[in-house]
Design a binder for this molecule. Structure first.
Ligand code: PRT
Ligand code: MG
Length: 216
């Protein structure tokens, strides 16, 4: 049995076409079913539905053989011990610094002010500002980062942006782009050795599907 860990929402939705190209149909819709283990049309393949931030943990500890997770989540988690064979080019976005429309970020940085930065991505933010030589107080949040500058909790946020609509709707502007993000296939190293043939076949099928999507 091969077990693939996915999160509900955009990663699941963007993974379905890749699975389909690999001949795998998921037999339940996680938005409708309460099942957390989903069967597929292949008796040897099942899908686990886990929290996005838990995907690396499941795969690292062998709760799943493979998983699909954002590069953001992978960097924050550390990704030690995970084999990362493929950038799937799905769930694309970027991770950026954003501030209130009326906050002079350039000036704050130039003056060497200590910035209060709210984020779920503490490791990425710490590394980015350290490389810039900007002193920051990091405030860890688990969601709705956009609220932090609006309420005076922070001067800036580090968050994922795709269309930018959420920032605009909350009177925030993107002032720096830290890195581009997409989702990665991650594999448990021990599983790769024990179930080499079926896992290699799945990696190859995903690689072919990604290449075909890139051409389309
Ligand atoms: O939601 P939950 O707390 O359960 O977990 P999660 O937020 O980690 O999971 P999920 O499913 O929301 O995101 C999973 C992965 O999708 C992330 O780790 C990213 O790699 C990727 N991804 C791609 C995104 C986005 N695009 C994205 N736009 N994740 C989140 N967003 C957020 C963004 O932060 C903003 O608040 O969506 C909002 C809308 O973005 P705009 O710019 O289009 O308005
Ligand atoms: Mg989310």
């Amino acid at each position: 049995m091969i077990t693939l860990a996915l999160s509900k929402g955009r990663i699941f939705d963007d993974t379905l076409p890749l699975l389909r190209a690999a001949g795998i149909e998921v037999l339940d819709d996680p938005e409708k079913s309460r099942k957390l283990i989903l069967d597929t049309n292949q008796p040897g393949v099942r899908v686990l539905i886990v929290r996005a931030s838990d995907v690396p943990t499941y795969v690292e500890n062998g709760g799943a053989d493979l998983g699909i997770t954002g590069k953001d989540t992978l960097i924050e988690h550390g990704g030690q011990g995970l084999y990362q064979p493929l950038d799937l080019q799905i769930a694309k976005c970027r991770i950026s610094v954003a501030v209130r429309n009326d906050f002079d970020y350039e000036r704050a940085v130039k003056q060497g002010s200590r910035l209060r930065v709210a984020t779920k991505y503490v490791a990425i933010a710490r590394e980015f500002f350290a490389a810039k030589g900007v002193h920051v107080d990091l405030i860890k949040l688990y969601g709705s980062m956009e609220l932090a500058p609006l309420t005076g909790l922070a001067d800036a946020i580090v968050d994922l942006v795709s269309t930018g609509n959420t920032l605009r709707a909350n009177h925030l502007v993107e002032v720096e782009r830290i890195m581009d993000i997409s989702s990665r296939l991650v594999v448990n190293q021990a599983a790769l050795k024990l179930k080499q043939a079926p896992i290699r076949a799945m990696i190859d099928a995903f690689a072919a599907a990604v290449a075909a999507q890139a051409k389309a």
